[in-house]
Write a protein that binds this ligand. Structure first.
Ligand code: DGL
Length: 276
């Protein structure tokens, strides 16, 4: 059903956010080939139901497999929270049980142990990620003694997707959600930016947090975890091509994607249109 030859590593997000993960993965593992797929035409995913996020993510993963990927990273917390398990358990066995789909929530949670001092963790995420409870569940599994508070930040993804992340208007929503978190738990010492779009707002978030907590972004954590995964799975490493190339696919207008993605990646990007 899918091409059997070795292929690029697939990286998927609802829109531009996964580029913050791709950038770190490419810096850590520059020798591999990658395909980035942004479902920009249907972003944001964060306010969509479980069934819709699962169906959209499933279509994206299938497209990446059809384009030759054997390994796909869901560089999206919402998709990792709402679709990963169903794809792994329901779809992969029927499609091709040798292919793999990995999420980004567990590598993020695993890092907490060496960062927090008092075990008070704050999670900022999309409504979908927060309401799924995935961070609370995974943190409780790895570190039962930690306490987690989560805040939904529904306006942050639209600010990024609409290129307003640097605007004065963004300040209002950064203050609102960060202060909601500290109001729930003033002793929060570690904050997970649990959405791959949020690093675009990091300067404003840092200013608002003002040293009250350590802020965790996911790119480097996911890159380190992928490196370990490939070292532990030589059979998967063998089917990932090495050429240092990256192809960009978007479900939106490719010129629009090209313009904004270039500013995310700090390097020129040329996107192609894809229909899922
Ligand atoms: N970037 C995605 C995440 O990490 C979600 C953005 C969206 O709402 O589409 O959750």
């Amino acid at each position: 059903m899918f091409p059997s030859a070795a292929g690029p590593i697939g990286v998927f997000d609802s829109g531009y956010g996964g580029l913050t993960i791709l950038k770190e993965i490419r810096a850590a593992l520059p020798e591999y080939d990658y395909i980035y797929l942004g479902d920009n035409a249907r972003a944001p995913y964060g306010t969509r139901s479980f069934d819709v996020v699962y169906e959209f993510t499933r279509e994206a993963v299938k497209t990446l497999f059809e384009r030759g990927c054997h390994l796909v990273i869901l560089a999206c917390n919402t998709a990792s929270a709402k679709a990963l398990r169903s794809i792994q358990q329901k779809d992969l066995p029927g499609w091709d049980s040798s292919r793999r789909v990995l999420g980004i929530i567990i590598p993020t949670v695993e890092a907490l142990g060496s960062i927090t001092k008092n075990g008070n963790i704050g999670v900022l995420g999309t409504p979908g990620t927060v309401s799924s409870g995935t961070y609370d569940i995974e943190i409780a599994k790895f570190f039962p003694q930690f306490r987690t508070v989560s805040v939904e930040c529904p306006m942050w993804v639209p600010l990024v997707e609409n290129r307003e992340y640097d605007s004065p208007g963004a300040d209002y929503f950064v203050e609102k959600y960060v202060e909601e978190l500290f109001a729930q738990e003033p002793d929060t010492d570690t904050i997970i930016l649990g959405c791959t779009h949020y690093p675009l707002l990091i300067d404003k978030i840092r200013r608002q947090v003002a040293g009250r907590a350590t802020i965790i972004t996911q790119g480097e954590l996911v890159a380190a975890s992928l490196r370990e995964y490939l070292a532990r799975h030589p059979e998967m490493d063998a089917v990932c091509t090495r050429g240092g190339n990256c192809t960009y696919l978007t479900t939106e207008n490719p010129d629009k994607f090209t313009a904004l993605a270039g500013t995310f990646m700090h390097t020129p990007v040329r996107a192609e249109h894809v229909t899922l």
